[in-house]
Design a protein. Structure first.
Length: 318
């Protein structure tokens, strides 16, 4: 079974889900504990970091020992993290234009984006998947209403349609937007949020993709390519071409809650965490860059050499 997901996080988590709980706990699941500043801004002590590390490992060990492996081969998991909800998606020079978009988005974190090598790997993976599908191997697609995953589903169906010959069966697993766990209702945005030990619980949701559904998805992708808007979003369950300013009101609303000078990262974190819009912190940072270019905001400090661009203070321009 070929497994298709549309983010790097989901790809890694699904591969881990295949063997989690198999054998003894490996003891190397956690590279390092998360460093969190105290409320007064001071850094934790070495002893506090060590205690946090031990607590994390204890929790991970407990998860491992209770987990049921999903099975499968990590080599059969393919992640297409193409950020298809953003930027130029027109047919001609598709992957070249993807590189330009990814270079712009990833520059939020680093000047050395490695977008070219990532896209080369994606093209090779796509050809491998299509070839294996022609040979009759079945495909399972994990998708949701998160814009990149919704776009990914339609894009992938268009790739299958382009084969113009029989290919393996296709099954789908849509991510439920909410689920109840005990007395708590958990809200999901995308498969990238799903922990490795939880993937197996979604297998009963598998459903076959009918030829009509596959065709409708491919047609939707072709329509989006013709419209070629700067942004795509899921609104009332519909994948639509929209203006790049669609989410700006949420960003402006959070900026309004800040003082005249504020941490850009704090605003991004609030928008990302509070509204569950299905967009990345990178897109929010890109929109704030536009607000700076328009004269609405002004940088007060510059980020460190190794820091993301949004690790800085901004000032409101009145």
């Amino acid at each position: 079974m070929l497994e298709i997901v549309f983010s790097d996080n989901a790809c890694g988590s699904l591969k881990y889900a295949q063997h989690i709980g198999t054998g003894a706990y490996p003891g190397d699941c956690i590279a390092s504990a998360i460093t969190v500043l105290h409320s007064d801004g001071s850094a934790p002590t070495e002893e506090e970091l060590q205690q946090a590390q031990q607590e994390l490992e204890k929790n991970e060990r407990a998860v491992w020992e209770k987990a049921v492996p999903m099975g499968g081969n990590p080599a059969d998991v393919y992640g297409f993290a193409l950020c298809l909800s953003v930027g130029d998606i027109s047919t001609e020079g598709f992957f070249r234009k993807r590189q330009a978009t990814l270079d712009q988005i990833l520059s939020t974190f680093s000047n050395d984006t490695q977008a070219a090598s990532l896209l080369q790997e994606a093209q090779e993976a796509l050809q491998e998947v299509l070839s294996r599908s022609i040979d009759g191997e079945p495909i399972r697609i994990w998708y949701s209403n998160q814009p990149d995953e919704a776009c990914g589903l339609c894009w992938f169906m268009a790739q299958l349609e382009s084969l113009r010959q029989p290919y393996g069966d296709v099954v789908l697993i849509p991510l439920p937007p909410t689920e109840q766990r005990g007395n708590t209702v958990v809200r999901h945005t995308s498969w990238s949020e799903i922990a490795p030990e939880d993937w197996i619980s979604y297998l009963p949701l598998e459903q076959p993709a009918s030829p009509a559904f596959c065709k409708a998805c491919a047609q939707k992708w072709h329509a989006l390519q013709r419209e070629n808007a700067p942004l795509r979003a899921v609104i009332n369950g519909q994948l639509l071409s929209v203006s790049e300013t669609l989410y700006d009101s949420f960003i402006v609303q959070e900026i309004a809650q800040q003082g005249d000078t504020f941490q850009e990262a704090e605003v991004i974190g609030r928008v990302f965490g509070r509204y569950s819009l299905g967009i990345s912190d990178m897109w929010i940072a890109q929109r704030i860059e536009q607000m700076i270019a328009s004269g609405m905001l002004e940088p007060v400090t510059q980020p460190g050499k190794e820091d993301p661009v949004y690790h800085r203070l901004l000032k409101k321009i009145k």
